[in-house]
Design a protein around this ligand. Structure first.
Ligand SMILES: NC(=O)c1ccc[n+]([C@@H]2O[C@H](COP(=O)([O-])OP(=O)(O)OC[C@H]3O[C@@H](n4cnc5c(N)ncnc54)[C@H](OP(=O)(O)O)[C@@H]3O)[C@@H](O)[C@H]2O)c1
Length: 447
């Protein structure tokens, strides 16, 4: 009797509970989201007690009706204004019209789920404020590291911790390029072409290879981790296009891999957020993430170091995160709540007292490659310039000469970036130095 009663109760509540979703943008993420919601509908309803119906889809060049969807069209504003729609999924990308569509949806009291990292990192503050005013949620799990539930990990799983730092490989395209350069000693431009042919890189790869995409994701993670406002303009960004197979090879000989990392650190009230190529020990967890994968390491004061690894992009992986956000909203509805009860950035009160450290104020170790004439005394000259600026040398290796020039590879001790800049300028002025100095930051994460 009791079992029968519980089943009957569950069925009733499911029938009376439907969450209507409108998807704006029917590309990789939008179509993946529809496929996952439809393909796993029974299981999702069993988990939430709510039936989730994709009621509308709108995408710029959509020509046909989509099976199982009541309205298919081309105008995302129709979805944002439709009184029947509970949740708007923004999967168009960019700012225009995404910002206005999300704004209109929030103004109309709809929850919004977006995969758009640029929108959240650069214009999210206004949208979050609007969502708060309207008592709805703005969810963005899929915007950071695709299928890896890092937003939830930072905001919920690690909520008890003071996060000291986090570091991640958060752009699969860049990591694919660096992995190929390392494994096969290939040039950057050559691998980029292959990445474009394989569909890993856009026709315009700037966002990926120059670190802008990673900076968007890092900005969002830092805001959640440290409880501070989104500060994309304070994130230092440097790409991977200047890296050479030689640097990758020399780093490996010294026991390091070069990875394009996003690093956020909070120390004594100072925050640093930076994206740049980084030498990390071959023993570090992140050194073993190859190809298009993403990974984030987070250090919490209580838990220690934790690692989150998985697919950072792709239709199904990204949809997994989009749908998880929709499920949160469905569960809230099933419990009679207006919205999921976790603050959008994880903090009821954001910290406004934290100060941003600029890149010239950071202190770290450095890899330097100096190209100089193959003449006696050149190593001593370089070493004495570093010494003049108080920069210690941890390792110094003279590589094989090509008959005219010789590469000198140096690992420095910890130094302040502004002092290193001055030392590099002085080294480049030496008559025997024939090319700009290559500088790559080294990170040990205190491990
Ligand atoms: N792809 C991934 O693996 C991934 C992972 C994480 C996050 N994201 C983020 O998810 C978002 C979408 O990425 P995506 O890869 O799915 O892009 P996509 O494949 O290019 O799809 C975007 C879709 O939006 C439509 N669209 C663009 N502007 C529109 C407008 N003004 N009105 C109506 N529809 C419009 C496009 O229509 P047309 O086909 O007519 O252009 C296209 O169908 C981006 O913010 C991206 O950064 C993507």
């Amino acid at each position: 009797m009791r079992v029968f009663f519980l089943r009957g109760y569950a069925l009733n509540s499911i029938k009376s509970n439907t969450l209507k979703v409108g998807i704006c943008g029917y590309g990789t993420v939008g179509s993946g989201t529809l496929a996952l919601l439809q393909g796993n509908a029974k299981e999702i309803t069993r988990k939430t007690g709510v039936e989730i119906e994709v009621y509308r889809v709108a995408s710029r060049s959509l020509q046909v009706d989509i099976a199982g969807v009541t309205y298919s069209g081309t105008d995302p504003f129709e979805i944002a204004g439709d009184g029947e729609v509970d949740v708007v999924v923004e999967a168009m990308g960019g700012f225009d019209p995404a910002f206005e569509v999300v704004k209109k949806a929030l103004e109309n009291g709809k929850h919004v789920v977006t995969a758009n990292k640029a929108l959240i990192a650069e214009r999210g503050a206004a949208l979050i404020e609007l969502a708060e005013q309207k008592g709805v949620t703005l969810a963005y799990e899929s915007a950071v590291a695709g299928g890896i539930p890092i937003v939830k990990a930072l905001r919920e799983g690690l909520a008890a911790n003071r996060i000291d730092w986090l570091a991640g490989i958060i752009n699969g395209t860049g990591n694919f390029i660096l992995s190929e350069m390392m494994d096969k000693q290939r040039e950057f431009a050559d691998v980029l072409e292959e990445a474009q042919a394989l569909g890993y890189a856009e026709a315009d790869p700037t966002f990926d290879v120059e670190g802008i995409d990673a900076a968007h994701k890092l900005t969002i993670m830092a805001a959640i981790a440290f409880g501070m406002p989104l500060a994309f303009d304070k994130t230092y960004t440097e790409g991977i296009s200047a890296l050479t197979p030689e640097d990758i090879g020399y780093a490996k000989e010294l026991g390091y891999h070069i990875k394009h990392l996003g690093i956020a650190r909070l120390e004594n009230g100072w925050v640093q957020t930076r994206v740049h190529p980084t030498l990390i020990s071959t023993k570090h967890l992140l050194a073993h993430v190859h190809g298009v994968g993403n990974a984030v390491v987070v250090h919490g004061h209580a838990v220690g170091t934790t690692l989150y690894n998985g697919p950072g992009a792709g239709a199904e992986a990204t949809a997994s995160s989009v749908v998880a956000d929709i499920i949160d909203i469905a569960r809230a509805k099933a419990q009679g709540l207006a919205r999921p009860n976790v603050p959008i950035l994880g903090f009821e009160t954001l910290r406004t007292d934290l100060k941003a450290l600029t890149i010239d104020e950071i202190e770290t170790e450095y890899y330097l490659r100096i190209t100089a004439q193959d003449i006696i005394g050149v190593m001593a000259n370089v070493a004495s310039e570093l010494e003049r600026f108080g920069i210690g040398i941890d390792a110094l290796i003279q590589k094989e000469s090509d008959g005219k020039n010789v590469p000198i590879v140096i690992l420095t001790d910890k130094a302040r970036e502004s002092e290193l800049d001055e030392a590099i300028a002085a080294i480049e002025k030496l008559a025997s130095v024939t090319a700009p100095v290559m500088r790559i930051r080294v990170e040990s994460f205190g491990e």
